[in-house]
Design a binder for this molecule. Structure first.
Ligand code: ADP
Ligand code: MG
Length: 384
């Protein structure tokens, strides 16, 4: 699927070629899970998988939306009728972006949109952010809004939180909007300051496999909200704005102060150690020792499984099998309860690892996983 194809389909649907074609990628989070709503650190990189949108302006207050990936015709929405949580179909994501831009005072007067994506949905690879960011970037260009990338990400997060009604952090949208080819993005979610960290796997003789377990997560569901509320309670009990403010060196003392709040202790321990893991991975990559991040990734998985308790048998099986077969490190990635895991391995061992995981899934009677290599790729951009 390429930009030209998406433009051609747009012309068929709407009777004229689009004014432009844009792309925004899905992402994998290398390390820093469930830290973003705690004002902490994350380290995603963009995938080559992307959502491509062909878009033209309209000036009559109408938004027309079509997705090649969804059955059904063109949806037509009136801008003055857009209202938070009024739409439980896919159109809420792009409509939410238009709503958020208008709420922020930008004079969007309508658009025609046709899009197609290679980002698997509901796999923890952030197809929702890819969809939001591609629309936001297209409208920024077409309406000459001059919005900076980080600002665009904020508006997309607002669309997802308020309009769609899914309580997600800022990582996914920032990754899709700001990542660079051959780099991972070290992002401080408190002030959105960022640093591009060289992460050229191929040059190092390494590969990172993404294993999509095909177990669907329910992101806006109760478990995510419970973890988030638990983290907020932990911060309140410790008298800090966010768990980000609990220093790693002061963790034991903080946990002691939480006393017999066992569940809160586990959540706090995960967030504080996870922030520390992100900093360790940054140091290791910047000092040119990418293989050494493997054990840190694996530690991260144990923390998500045992302390945060958001893994599932399929994700654990990927990690256990990959490590038993000699991978450098492995962990679940994304919101949890399904979705994808990542495996860091020597390039020469890709086939061995893949086969071991496929066999283990077959033996356990699980649905066959989808396995692909993740190459750190470019963030959102205009294609045509
Ligand atoms: P994830 O972001 O992990 O893929 P989410 O549940 O956050 O999972 O977002 C997936 C939802 O985003 C889909 O159910 C759909 O509503 C919407 N979506 C994503 N990509 C597309 C697309 N190409 N076409 C239409 N809707 C899409
Ligand atoms: Mg999502």
């Amino acid at each position: 699927m390429g930009a030209e194809q998406v433009a051609e389909r747009f012309a068929e649907l709407y009777g004229a070629p689009p004014q432009g074609v844009w792309a925004a990628p899905g992402r994998v989070n290398l390390i820093g899970e469930h830290t973003d709503y705690n004002d902490g650190f994350v380290m995603p990189f963009a995938l080559p998988h992307k959502t491509i949108a062909a878009v033209s302006r309209r000036d009559d207050g109408i938004l027309r939306l079509h997705s090649a990936d969804i059955e059904g015709g063109v949806a037509e929405l009136r801008l003055d009728a857009l209202a938070p949580q009024s739409d439980d179909s896919w159109t809420a994501y792009p409509a939410g972006v238009v709503w958020a831009l208008r709420e922020a005072g930008h004079g969007i007067t309508g658009a025609d949109v046709h899009l197609a994506s290679t980002v698997p949905t509901g796999a923890g690879l952030s197809s929702s952010a890819a969809l939001e960011v591609v629309i936001a970037l297209a409208l920024t260009d077409l309406y000459d809004l001059g919005l900076q990338r980080w600002k665009l990400a904020r508006l997309c997060q607002r669309a997802e939180n308020v309009y769609v009604g899914a309580p997600t952090g800022i990582m996914d949208q920032t990754a899709s909007a700001c990542c660079e080819d051959g780099h991972a993005l070290f992002l401080d979610t408190r002030d959105l300051s960022q640093r591009q960290i060289p992460f050229d796997l191929a040059a190092e003789g390494l590969r990172l496999l993404v294993v999509d377990t095909q177990v669907k997560h329910a992101h806006s569901g109760g478990e995510y909200g419970k973890r988030r509320a638990g983290c907020e309670k932990g911060a309140a009990l410790l008298g800090v704005d966010a768990l980000r403010d609990v220093p790693y060196a002061g963790l034991d003392e903080a946990l002691a102060r939480l006393g017999d709040e066992e569940e809160i202790v586990r959540l706090v321990r995960h967030v504080v150690t996870e922030n520390h893991r992100v900093e360790r991975v940054v140091d290791l990559l910047e000092s040119g020792d990418p293989r050494a991040i493997g054990p840190v990734l694996t530690e991260g998985h144990a923390s998500l499984r045992d302390d945060f308790r958001i893994s599932c048998p399929e994700l654990d099986l990927v990690v256990d099998t990959a490590l038993a077969a000699g991978a450098l490190g492995a962990r679940m990635t994304g919101g949890g309860f399904g979705g994808s895991a990542i495996v860091l391995t020597e390039a020469a061992e890709v086939d061995t690892r893949t086969k071991a995981i496929e066999e283990a899934f077959a033996k356990a009677g699980f649905t066959a996983p989808r396995i692909f290599e993740a190459v750190p790729s470019a963030g959102a951009r205009r294609l045509l």
